[in-house]
Design a protein around this ligand. Sequence first.
Ligand SMILES: [Zn+2]
Length: 389
Amino acid sequence: MTCARTVLWGVILAVAAAPSFAADDPGGAVSVYDGGAKTNPATWECTAGHTIRKHNLTIDSGAQSYMFAMSGCMDPSHGDQHPSSEGTFGMPTPTRANWYAGGFLQVLVNGVNATLYQTERTRVLETGDRGSFQTIWAHPDAEVGIRLLMLPGGNHVLVDLAWTPTTEGAIETLALSMTCYPSYFTTANQRVGDRHCQTPGADEAEPNTLELIPAEDTWLYYYDTVFDVERGEGDGPCALLMDNSVVDNGKVYIGGYAVRTVLNLKPEAGRMRLGLYDFAGLTNAQARDYLTEHADADLAELLSVDFRPLPVQQLDVAALTEEVTGLLADAREDGEILKPKVDGLLADVVDLQAKAADGDWDAEAQLSNVIRNSSDVLWKLRAFAVLNQ
Ligand SMILES: [Zn+2]
């Protein structure tokens, strides 16, 4: 028995030392880094004396890395809103230009931006085989959630945006407003560029408004002919991929500085999928060639991808229960010690899975974490089962 115990702890230590799930695996194809929420005294973001909350998360596909920055003022004088002068949901890398670092996204529910509301419900969903995180905003008229996902080797971020009215009929209008500064901050640097927005069928230059054709416009390409990497100027262009079936109408306001895309969506659709590209380092021609060749395939992938975390997709509760029951029996008296923990784990999985299946994104994120974190206790149980046979 002593000998068996020594072997047992050897097995457990070996198992514990090995990366047991993807979150700990630095060799995973896609990594997600959660910088955590931090606060600082307001300077440019809001009134002096107020406190700003910032939360950055980075997804790295191995080929490209995107950071997302959420920020907002926590001062009670703003009520439920958390404003920040430059915006509340930004993309600081690969470049601060393109999809604007300070804030590029507004989700306008009945004309009021949902991204102004709380961002405490931010969670990493998966990291390893794929990488994603989500955040949920509690707008008074709708709960709005966003999931951002990268696939291994991907050059863009796949986005799932979902909205649920707080009461039936509460959402009268739903629009996205997205701001980019293609390739370079022209005006801030006292330079003049030549902004363009190109769609599959049109190309419009500044200063102008491009009216979108929802039936045809699945991608929008934003570039500047002056600030082209080919000419040794700027960072490279950017683009947007979209599920046009959800778009009622849209316009791109092409200014000499900011380029703003406004999409009026069908509120009843409940969700929309988007793709975000920052072509940092690419010439305009390279980015255009990429979109011409790959936008259709990227759209097909965007529309078919399952945004649920892989551990949730692969979960088979019946099989897990059966396996655990067998292992507990095989582990004999050692199994008895682990049984309360294992029973609690199974109860959590069943409860969270039911909520997730009902569309509860918080529960789905928790379920993903519970499954990933369960590997430790399951490895111990397997080791006990083997050694007690
Ligand atoms: Zn403030």
